[in-house]
Design a protein around this ligand. Sequence first.
Ligand SMILES: Nc1nc2c(ncn2[C@@H]2O[C@H](COP(=O)(O)OP(=O)(O)OP(=O)(O)O)[C@@H](O)[C@H]2O)c(=O)[nH]1
Ligand SMILES: [Mg+2]
Length: 247
Amino acid sequence: MLSVVIPTFNEGKNIRNLVTQIDDALKGIDYEILFVDDSKDNTPEIIMEVAKDFPQIRMEHRTNESGLATAVLKGFRLAKGDYMACMDADLQHPPIVLKYMYKAMEAGADFCIPSRLIPGGDDGGLNWYRKFVSGTARKIGQIMLPCLRKITDPTSGLFMFRREVIENADLQPIGWKIMVEVLAMGTYAKVTEIPYKFQQRTEGESKLSGKVTMEYLKQLVNLRKRYNKANKYTVETWTTERMMQGE
Ligand SMILES: Nc1nc2c(ncn2[C@@H]2O[C@H](COP(=O)(O)OP(=O)(O)OP(=O)(O)O)[C@@H](O)[C@H]2O)c(=O)[nH]1
Ligand SMILES: [Mg+2]
């Protein structure tokens, strides 16, 4: 089974569209969607409404906790799947990519990381400022943590891995970049990167703020001391043609 963990904060307008697209993408695959919701609006009611049509949905609504990383880790703890995935609710991560991530896992990957920065990928027309910020964050991460150096797009919120990857990992829920935490603390031998096109947000609001940058730096300093230095892995990079093979 595949568990798709989706953190939500005031994303009501995106839920039905998101779930419908995920269900289309994962036809024939046994999956569950786990929403971990900290919303202050009617998002939880909308999730429950949509769940009537899609029984694969589970929701954990938190009232006295918030934060993206704690939400995702909570989702991983509740997930029942042999494979776990994380994606944003705002459709910036096109749900169809889940299908290809699953394919990469079935082809032997322990960890699948979609990338905007390999041939076939696209950053969705980020403006120069966001491009600069995200490029700098990535570079600093790779300088501080050698284990990120072979990964082209390690700071996004879109990834899939085998349950065993985090079985013995001490994951601390600091900040925003939960994939960096899993890459640094997990145990895995093969990473597959696949290209994808990042989308613009059309509904709801961004929750990015200056605080996120500070928390990311704090997380890197902390991980530098603790990361799993024994873990060695190889990276396979799929082309669009490889991804589409057998379609
Ligand atoms: N449960 C939970 N989810 C959150 C929290 N903050 C953000 N999220 C969700 O995390 C995902 C990423 O948040 P975004 O605001 O889209 O962040 P971003 O994609 O880095 O920024 P944009 O490109 O501006 O959209 C979305 O699904 C949000 O709803 C939180 O405190 N708790
Ligand atoms: Mg977003």
